[in-house]
Design a protein around this ligand. Structure first.
Ligand code: NI
Length: 161
């Protein structure tokens, strides 16, 4: 699958709830996981491959691949942490982002089965990053305007080179 990169309008669109989970959904999820692994990423949202459905996949080291369909954030800790994030849609760019340290989330798996997950550390961070994607939000949106503009300028220079 082709991953949209910074500047593509599709990354700014909001995804819609999935209304039917079927064989097509299973195929999409499989392709998303393959695309994520190929890009050596730890998370990928459907909006990044031009599909406006509320689906994302994550897999951090030593963990199983996790599929989230129609995810709903149920809670976030007041404690925050700062960690350097990157994104398959903005390759080569990394920046420190502050986010809640722990979250709890409800979603459906690829078979349509509901589950609840409490996550912390890197898993909590990736989940929040991917949830943002479903709302058309990128990690650079969490930075100061100055930093964001600098990153976009660096990106454009790289892109043109
Ligand atoms: Ni991303």
């Amino acid at each position: 699958m082709n991953i949209l990169t910074l500047g593509h309008e599709g990354l700014r669109h909001k995804a819609q709830d999935v209304t039917r989970i079927d064989a097509q959904t299973a195929r999409l999820v499989k392709e998303m996981l393959e695309t994520m692994h190929l890009g050596k990423g730890i998370g990928l949202a459907a909006t990044q491959v031009g599909i406006l459905e509320r689906i994302f996949v994550v897999q951090i080291a030593d963990d199983i691949p996790r599929v989230f369909i129609n995810p709903v954030l149920k809670g976030a800790s007041p404690e925050t942490s700062v960690y350097e994030e990157g994104c398959l849609s903005i390759p080569g760019i990394y920046a420190d982002v502050k986010r809640p340290e722990m979250i709890s989330i409800d979603a459906l798996d690829e078979k349509g089965k509901p589950f609840h997950l409490d996550a912390d550390g890197l898993l909590a961070r990736v989940i929040q990053h991917e949830l943002d994607h479903l709302n058309g939000v990128l990690f650079i949106d969490h930075l100061s305007e100055l930093k964001r503009k600098r990153i976009i300028r660096t990106w454009e220079q790289k892109f043109k080179a």
